[in-house]
Design a protein around this ligand. Structure first.
Ligand code: URA
Length: 455
């Protein structure tokens, strides 16, 4: 067919039509060539969300976005791997993971995202560390992979440039939480990294981009199939995202908690997610004989200090000064990170068990405190965030401190109420179950515990 114009493609999708391959490719081309107004991109994204993208349209969109730039190529003897999360609240899994995995000879050319909607971004969190440079030259990347084993950068130059534009417009048009858009965004840039294995952390729950378990599984299966179809050994780990991960939300606070995890002091849920995803990369890469063994190998790097050394090496390689690294190593965090002007405590209003800690409410509150962006281009306040002193399943007495809100004057009464109401206290002791199931190509989804016992 002959494509006449962007409004014509827009109109077809608005009316619920299934787009042909060349119509999707034309849209992506226009996004890259800037031959389209941002309002038209926003309208198209909203039409995708409201009218839906079929499986076929999603695959075409993903490939068109990947092909909008270059696919990286590496020394064929290197075992290239990566990890990506669909986004959550308090999700700091990447940091301990990138510290542990390269210790086993695997190389991670990580392209990380910025905050998106209520979810924080790996790149923003790293920029909370003074001196850290997220942009690298291609020559520096190559050298880093050879000598250090891992870098973390944002999408640069020609890596899935279509996603760079779409991502920033999704963030401010309420079109983040639509599974086919999440799939095309993640897989286009991960496939462009030139990796051999990929582990995907697909979140399921109120604060994830896919709220229901069915949607999360659909997304996981779609991404695993696309990855597999493109020759990448892809596994998805489905994890729960009703409750924030660990005890911190906010850029500096999350980096500090990650460093503590690498020192062997991490919260149990964070340790577990990192161990399963890292263990899966070791298992898929033939380094561990079982997933369980891979998990133990990852956790050992936290106990013996090698993960911390590797993370500090990664930071040093990306611009962080020696003195700062030493302060991070010795835990003198207050001398490194920007401090908030105020710390407001939130108290329990009754005794009982914490039945729920609403990650969506706390993620949104952190954005409103300045820890995320409300408009594209907003400057992030690294110092703000929420530190939980109690979490789901904990027993509390009336008057106990539930959380501390770190802020710089943005904590309105309404926001304070929202944070307080994020904690539901009742009579039921309801522990968090974080790792739910594992999705591999050409195999049924397997409940995590069953999967473990099979190996
Ligand atoms: N991470 C991404 O890179 N894209 C999304 O859409 C969601 C999470």
């Amino acid at each position: 067919m002959v494509i006449l114009s962007v409004p014509e493609v827009l109109s077809k999708k608005r009316q619920g039509g299934e787009l042909m391959d060349d119509e999707i490719e034309y849209f992506v081309e226009c996004v890259c060539n800037k031959e389209i107004d941002r309002s038209q991109i926003g309208a198209m994204l909203m039409a995708f969300c409201l009218r839906g993208l079929s499986r076929k349209e999603t695959v075409t969109l993903t490939k068109a976005m990947m092909n909008s730039g270059t696919v990286q190529q590496w020394d064929p003897s290197w075992k290239m791997v990566d990890k990506h999360s669909t986004g959550g609240v308090g999700d700091k899994v990447t940091f301990p993971l990138v510290a542990a995995v390269p210790l086993f000879g695997l190389k991670m050319p990580m392209v990380a995202g910025r905050g998106l909607g209520h979810t924080g971004g790996t790149a923003d969190k790293l920029e909370a560390i003074p001196g850290f440079k997220i942009s690298l030259t291609e020559e520096h990347m190559m050298r880093t992979l050879r000598d250090v084993g891992c870098y973390i950068t944002t999408q640069f130059g020609n890596i899935a440039p279509a996603d760079q534009t779409l991502y920033s417009i999704r963030d401010v048009t309420s079109t983040v939480c639509y599974a086919p858009l999440v799939c095309s965004s993640i897989m286009s840039k991960k496939l462009a990294e030139g990796i051999g294995s990929l582990v995907l952390d697909v979140k399921s729950g109120v604060a994830s981009t896919t709220e229901s378990h069915e949607q999360a599984e659909w997304l996981a299966r779609m991404m695993v199939d696309i990855g597999h179809g493109m020759g990448v050994n892809t596994t998805a780990v489905l994890t729960e995202m009703h409750t924030p991960i660990g005890y911190t939300i906010g850029n500096s606070l999350e980096i500090i908690e990650s460093l503590e995890c690498m020192k062997g002091n991490g919260p149990a849920d964070l340790n577990k997610i990192v161990a399963v995803q890292g263990g899966m990369l070791l298992y898929d890469g033939g380094i561990a004989e079982t997933l369980e063994q891979g998990e133990e190998m990852i956790l050992k790097t936290f106990r013996n200090g090698t993960a911390l050394d590797k993370f500090l090496e990664i930071l040093g390689n990306q611009g962080v000064e020696k003195e700062t690294l030493e302060l991070l190593r010795t835990g003198k965090y207050e001398e490194v990170f920007a401090k908030p002007t105020y710390i407001q405590r939130i108290f329990a209003h009754q005794s009982g068990y914490i039945e729920k800690v609403d990650a969506m409410a706390l993620g949104t509150a952190t954005v409103l405190l300045g820890g995320g962006r409300q408009l594209a281009g907003d400057k992030i306040d690294f110092a703000v965030g929420i530190k939980l002193l109690r979490t789901k399943g904990d027993k509390v007495e009336n008057g106990d401190i539930l959380a501390e809100v770190h802020h710089n004057g943005q904590l309105t009464t309404m926001l304070q109420t929202r944070i307080k109401e994020a904690f539901l206290i009742g009579e039921n002791d309801a522990p968090i179950r974080r790792v739910l199931s594992i999705v591999k190509p050409n195999a049924p989804t397997v409940d995590y515990e069953v999967y473990r016992s099979q190996h």
